[in-house]
Design a protein around this ligand. Structure first.
Ligand code: SAH
Length: 209
């Protein structure tokens, strides 16, 4: 099931979930089990970063899962996932959010870049995030071609696409063994939708500690 979401587009995944919502439950149970043993959860890192930002910001949580972020932070969080699995979650494909242009201050992707068209999710984030706002991403390291200590991941093609959307990297943290986090600032609205060559990311293998 995990594999399935990584090998389909967002709209295919949404269609699948509509037809068989129980798939979502089993996927989520798997996700929870696999990440439970991680010493640090990305969503908690996001929450801790948000605790240092003003409380009147509006945050969009892309692929929110059980919407822990919304329950944890002081800011208003708009939560989106394929299935509304918790109160307050809007069910949709995150390539196509029911939000106006430049309507949020912060977009968050915590392990949410699933799907062959993940770039469309980030382009959507560029649309809904106001200039001067933030993009926060956590993603599994091995998806970027890393193969243990001897083989380093290459994040540059990915970050270069984000730069073309107007997102300037302000901080990369690769100190965690499981995932990398990036904080980017939206400096401009130059980013146009489509036409970017997003690097292919590997399907995720959740490593146990
Ligand atoms: N952010 C949460 C959950 C991560 S799991 C956390 O860190 O705990 C990734 C989530 O992205 C899953 O809940 C999955 O259903 C969702 N997802 C994957 N593709 C999606 C899409 N196209 N649109 C909306 N949500 C999607």
């Amino acid at each position: 099931m995990n594999e399935t979401l990584y090998t389909r587009s967002g709209s295919e995944a949404l269609e699948m979930m509509r037809q068989a919502p129980q798939l979502f439950e089993s996927y989520h149970e798997g996700f929870r089990q696999q990440t439970r043993d991680w010493p640090v959860q990305p969503v908690d890192v996001a929450a801790s970063w948000l605790s240092g930002l003003p409380s009147d910001l509006v945050v969009a949580d892309f692929g929110c899962g059980d919407a822990k972020l919304m329950r944890t932070v002081k800011q208003k969080v708009l939560s989106f996932d394929l299935v509304a699995n918790a109160p307050g979650v809007t069910a949709c494909n995150m390539a196509d959010l029911p939000l106006a242009d430049a309507s949020v201050d912060v977009s968050v992707f915590s392990l949410a870049l699933m799907g062959t068209d993940y770039g469309a999710f980030l382009e959507e984030a560029a649309r809904v995030t106001r200039r001067g706002g933030w993009l926060w991403i956590a993603e599994v390291r091995s998806r970027f071609g890393g193969g243990g200590v001897e083989k380093k991941e290459d994040f540059r093609p990915f970050l270069s696409c984000l730069a073309q959307l107007g997102f300037r990297l302000t901080k990369q943290d690769a100190s965690n063994r499981m995932f990398v986090t990036w904080i980017l600032k939206k400096d401009s609205d130059i980013g146009q939708k489509g036409g970017l060559r997003w690097p292919k990311l590997k399907a995720c293998v959740y490593k146990r500690r």
